[in-house]
Design a protein around this ligand. Structure first.
Ligand SMILES: NC(=O)c1ccc[n+]([C@@H]2O[C@H](COP(=O)([O-])OP(=O)(O)OC[C@H]3O[C@@H](n4cnc5c(N)ncnc54)[C@H](O)[C@@H]3O)[C@@H](O)[C@H]2O)c1
Length: 296
């Protein structure tokens, strides 16, 4: 089990919700933190984490703004000397449908894709060269959604998989018809997940994604106009449980799973399931990437 004590992490969108829980869980494991968020409350996160005896720096800004990304990454590097873990969490939900008008659609695109995809892309691009140069390996975890993991139930674990009409063909997603851009922004993370995992495996940098269903947070409450039914609320997963699994995932270390979407669905225990049997990052990717580097 990898020891996280003394490692350094960036968590985006850490003021409230899942990101805040990730920051608390990492600090409890002894990880120094650089946190950022659009919300001013992020500036109080270092005070919240003081009791764990870790160092913490906070920045307020937009993950889609390259200057902000540069400030956070350079600031973390200067404060801690290197960055071992990147948790790409900042995200927003917004309703969008196929027949929305063009003006609303452009605005939605900038906000939703800008935050959920561009933010993760920029933070990755800023952090990865530093991780490679440090030669200490690393961990990147992108926060996605269960909408991108087919129907919401992992196929291998589904009790109905034998009757599943989509077993041998593309299966339906949990995404509905009223958030096409949100789903686009999260599905696109698969591109980063697989390409980064393959390219970074030779550097002992793992890339995985957490794909959760309804988890109690500011976002989910705003989706329900802050007035969920008691039944709805009782069904939600807890951010603290998701954060516990994140720590277990990081503790797998460089030999652990890679390029995997970890699915957490309502009604199932929130736990680190065994790695998916399909290996997206194979030995040949590592060799090919090493050869590319050697000839560069
Ligand atoms: N809660 C759920 O049910 C759920 C389900 C699936 C996926 N997710 C994903 O989990 C992640 C966290 O969501 P949450 O539920 O904790 O949401 P949340 O709204 O409670 O917290 C998200 C945080 O990100 C920050 N943020 C938003 N846009 C930002 C930007 N442009 N720049 C910097 N910070 C920004 C917000 O200010 C907020 O503090 C998101 O990526 C979300 O898509 C959540």
């Amino acid at each position: 089990m990898a020891d996280l004590q003394g490692k350094n992490a960036i968590v985006t969108g850490a003021a409230v919700g899942l990101g805040n829980s990730y920051a608390h869980a990492l600090a409890a494991a002894g990880v120094n933190l650089a946190v950022c968020d659009l919300r001013e409350e992020v500036l109080s996160v270092p005070g919240q984490l003081e009791a764990h005896g870790v160092q913490c720096r906070a920045w307020q800004g937009d993950v889609a703004d390259p200057d902000h990304v540069r400030a956070v990454v350079d600031g973390a590097q200067a404060a801690f000397g290197n960055i071992d873990i990147l948790i790409n969490n900042a995200g927003i939900w917004g309703g969008s449908v196929a027949d929305d008008g063009l003006d609303k659609s452009l605005d939605d695109y900038e906000r939703i894709v800008g935050t959920n995809l561009k933010g993760e892309y920029l933070f990755g691009r800023a952090v990865i060269p530093l991780m490679i140069a440090a030669g200490r390996g690393g961990e990147i975890v992108n926060i996605a959604t269960d909408h991108m993991v087919t129907c919401g139930t992992p196929f291998d674990l589904c009790p109905h998989r034998r009757e599943c009409p989509w077993a041998d063909s593309p299966r339906p997603t949990g995404g509905g018809d009223s958030m096409d851009l949100y789903d686009v922004s999260k599905w696109a993370l698969n591109g980063l997940l697989f390409a980064w995992a393959k390219a970074l495996a030779p550097h002992n940098i793992r890339v995985n994604a957490l794909c959760m269903g309804a988890t109690d947070s500011h976002m989910l409450r705003s989706f329900h106009n802050f007035d969920p039914s008691p039944e709805e609320e009782a069904s939600w997963m807890r951010a603290e449980d998701n954060a516990r699994v994140l720590i277990e995932l990081l503790q797998e270390g460089p030999g652990g799973r890679n390029a995997q979407n970890l699915n957490f669905c309502v009604g199932r225990p929130v736990q680190l399931e065994p790695p998916h049997p399909h290996k997206y990052v194979k030995g040949e990717h590592v060799q090919l990437a090493a050869a590319r580097e050697g000839s560069a």
